[in-house]
Design a protein around this ligand. Structure first.
Ligand code: FES
Length: 340
């Protein structure tokens, strides 16, 4: 299967042993000794992208299109989520990282990342845009494929490691898909070196800039809910500035109260005739924030439907969550319910 179109590396001015690695220029040989105009360069680039699609097999094109579009969509999904970079929101990246730090085999890494959660979230969002755009537009495609593979492996270790059976986790499937695509590209290259000549750097920079702009546009579409969530979160958690969670008189038997645990993650307090107890509100599947449903009496995750029973150790009743919710130690101290 020939994955490469006819390549004119003379036009690129690159060494064949290097230029074939991560991008190529395709098209008829022309005389550009005058350096060409920007329109001419753009025209050549469009021609190159078009030819990259035409030269690939149908199977490779399907995989490339699916991965490229999906990664852009993943970036867009985060960019338009007003809570993704907002502390205290249900979908805040820091909340997800705190869940990963508990459940992942490389949890210690995620534990360190929590301190820089906003930065990590912004990087992931822009990287997803960049990988998707580079894949579709044939800019350093081998590097982009490897980036997609590495990211999928990271997500697999982070959030899907305990999913059983494993085939229910999409991250593992994406890791394999990216690996297959990467190997397809790599096997059609004479070398894997990154071409860092002027045009190569310019193309990569253009993709990075486009990814940042796309993330910014996504933020414009996310509206003002971020601020609303933030202020709501502050008022909800105002009682937890110390170990005090809530005055006992303010929570009746049978009632619940949402508060912030010592690690900053949301938690839910229950009061019964027998006393008080609490659970982390971080879903053990992928770290979304669960909500208590007074109607069902269960803690329910809005992301993938996991249901936990607070009356039975927060054990999983249904959905993809691998383990019960973590318990949070609380006690009654005088007129207050406090963290222990
Ligand atoms: S995050 Fe997937 S079920 Fe909760």
């Amino acid at each position: 299967m020939a994955e490469q179109p006819a390549v004119n590396r003379q036009v690129l001015g690159s060494n064949p042993s290097q230029g074939a690695a991560l991008y190529f220029h395709a098209g008829p040989i022309r005389n550009y000794s005058g350096q060409g105009s920007s329109i001419l360069i753009m025209s050549r680039r469009i021609q190159s992208v078009t030819q990259s699609w035409q030269s690939q097999s149908l199977a490779t094109r399907v995989i490339r299109a699916w991965l490229g579009v999906t990664w852009i969509y993943a970036g867009w999904d985060k960019a338009t989520d007003s809570g993704f970079l907002t502390r205290g929101s249900a979908t805040f990246i820091g909340t997800q990282l705190s869940a990963y730090s508990v459940n992942s085999p490389i949890g210690f890494l995620f534990n360190k990342a929590i301190e820089h959660a906003t930065l990590v979230g912004a990087f992931v969002m822009v990287a997803e845009f960049a990988i998707g755009i580079a894949t579709l537009l044939w800019v350093s495609p081998t590097l982009a494929a490897f980036g997609g593979f590495a990211m999928s492996i990271g997500l697999w270790l982070a959030s899907s490691w305990h999913v059983n059976p494993y085939f229910l986790a999409s991250d593992s499937a994406y890791a394999v898909l990216w690996l297959a695509y990467f190997l397809t590209l790599y096997s059609n290259r004479s070398s894997a070196k990154i071409n860092l000549d002027r045009r190569g750097v310019l193309r990569i920079s253009a993709v990075a800039a486009t990814a940042v702009i796309a993330a910014g546009i996504g933020k414009l579409f996310s509206g003002n809910t971020s601020k609303e969530n933030s202020s709501k979160s502050k008022s909800t958690n105002s009682s937890s500035t110390s170990n005090n969670i809530i005055k006992l008189a303010d929570i009746k038997e049978g009632a619940t109260h949402t508060f912030q645990a010592a690690n900053g993650a949301p938690a839910v307090l229950f009061r019964t005739k027998l006393g008080v107890y609490a659970y982390s509100a971080i879903c053990t599947h992928e770290g979304c924030t669960v909500n208590y449903s007074a109607r069902s009496g269960y803690l329910e995750c809005p992301c993938h439907g996991a249901v936990f029973d607070p009356a039975d150790g927060a054990k999983v009743l249904s959905g993809p969550a691998p383990t019960p919710l973590d318990s949070v130690k609380v006690a009654i101290n005088g007129e207050w319910v406090t963290l222990v």
